[in-house]
Write a protein that binds this ligand. Structure first.
Ligand SMILES: [Zn+2]
Length: 439
């Protein structure tokens, strides 16, 4: 089996700024007012009218499910109907490292009916500090993360259908992997994949939620592409999950979820906020470390947004890029209310990443090595040496930097090109590059 590699959580997408400079305070107050009004309205609703008893088979099913989700159904924002909608929902999670495992656990426990998990890496011992779906046996066996996660979810919620894909998300497979999902969660460790997701989501009018964690820092943004008149990507209650007595209601309430989204103004896409991926070396959790708490904050924010969307409440979604440093308590909330009309992706609909134009060229290079032509970016060898020194042996001159971490050696050139020696596995080579050099 290939040497396992780390699929780390995402790097920074934006620097935090102090709370005093941000709109966080006012945003919170606004949200609280909105929540108060929502819950007041919910409290005023009359109790459900008496209904005929359901059939015995349905009673058993509902009793089990109602017991499992009873505390969540009690929460006014979800309720019984929200729970039915969640059972009909399909969420794809791209990346099953720390953020992805936490989000998958949260959504599976919440009763999201179908999950697609996509990941290219294997479990290793250094994952266990923060990747909540994996254990020591998974690490000993170097189980692929997507499969390890599927098995673990089956142990605590066997009613959730989990499709695990041990794959790198690329233009060639993105449609097959993501088309069935109502919503995409970003739990990747690289911008290359995020911009690919963004292209796909905008093209297909499919909502997605960006999330990142590094060090003690977490960031997230919900992205709602302009709805398409012909596409209906949001879930409707399925027959098996509906109370029989609510079947008439379903006719009204099911399509209301999609129409609620259709009536929602689009948000900026990732490229509206950051037209280009960051230049220069990017921090990763393999070089900068990470707190498990930061990962879980990012995943909790992301999963809660998912619950709002999937229960037909897009008006409750946060329309901002929110970031929080748990160690310093610095936070910021950058408004993300309207798309940039000049955006090349959602404005001009140029999907270069989806067309594969943003992909690095990767070639097998000689015996037992892979060459990666990363997009051109100058590398500061002295800074890179300082980052890599704790993780292996580093030497450099003006022409190249060599980083030895047996059984692999990375030879890095000033323009960012690298030779990964010790493997012919392109996926592993890409992972090592993303892990130590940055994506
Ligand atoms: Zn845009």
């Amino acid at each position: 089996m290939s040497q396992p590699s780390q699929h780390s959580p995402a790097p920074h997408i934006a620097a935090t700024k102090s709370g005093a400079e941000s709109s966080f305070q006012s945003g919170s107050e606004s949200s609280l007012r909105q929540e108060a009004s929502h819950f007041a309205a919910a409290a005023e609703k009359p109790a459900s009218p008496p209904t005929p008893p359901p059939s015995p088979a349905t009673t058993s099913n509902l009793n089990t499910l109602n017991d499992r989700y009873s505390r969540q159904i009690l929460f006014p924002g979800i309720g019984a109907h929200g729970q039915h909608l969640l059972a009909s929902a399909h969420v794809a999670i791209v990346g099953c490292g720390a953020t992805g495992a936490a989000a998958a656990s949260l959504l599976a426990r919440a009763g999201v009916g179908t999950l697609t998990l996509i990941d290219r890496d294997f479990v290793e011992p250094s994952n266990l500090q923060r990747q909540v779906l994996f254990d020591e046996a998974d690490a000993r066996e170097s189980l692929p993360k997507a499969e390890a996660a599927r098995r673990k979810i089956a142990l605590f919620n066997s009613t959730v259908a989990v499709h695990s894909h041990i794959a790198d998300l690329v233009p060639a497979n993105i449609h097959d992997l993501l088309a069935p999902a109502h919503l995409i969660l970003d739990a990747t460790d690289n911008f290359e994949t995020r911009y690919l997701i963004n292209d796909y989501a905008v093209q297909q009018s499919k909502p997605w939620i960006y999330a990142a964690a590094i060090g003690a820092y977490a960031a997230t943004m919900t992205i709602l592409p302009r709805p398409s008149g012909e596409k209906n990507h949001l879930p409707e209650p399925t027959e098996k999950m509906c109370h029989p007595e609510r079947s008439a209601e379903r006719e009204v309430e099911g399509p209301a979820v999609a129409s609620a989204y259709a009536a929602t103004n689009p948000t900026p896409c990732l490229a509206c906020i950051f037209p280009k991926p960051p230049s220069g070396p990017v921090e990763t959790c393999d070089t900068s470390g990470i707190l498990s708490t930061a990962v879980n904050l990012a995943a909790s924010l992301q999963a809660t947004e998912a619950l709002k969307l999937l229960t037909g409440q897009p008006h409750l979604l946060r329309r901002s890029l929110l970031s929080f440093d748990l160690w310093t308590s610095e936070h910021s909330e950058i408004s993300a209310s309207k798309p940039n009309p000049d955006c090349t992706v959602c404005g001009q609909r140029l999907f270069t990443h989806l067309a594969g134009e943003g992909r690095p060229h990767i070639t097998l290079c000689g015996r037992n090595s892979v060459q990666i032509h990363e997009h051109s970016r100058p590398v500061d060898f002295a800074a890179m040496r300082d980052r890599l020194a704790p993780h292996g042996q580093v030497r450099f001159n003006d022409l190249l930097l060599r980083f030895e971490r047996p059984p692999h050696t990375i030879t890095l050139f000033p323009d960012g090109r690298a030779l990964i020696q010790g493997t012919t596995d392109i996926t592993l080579a890409r992972s090592l590059y993303a892990r130590f050099i940055g994506s």
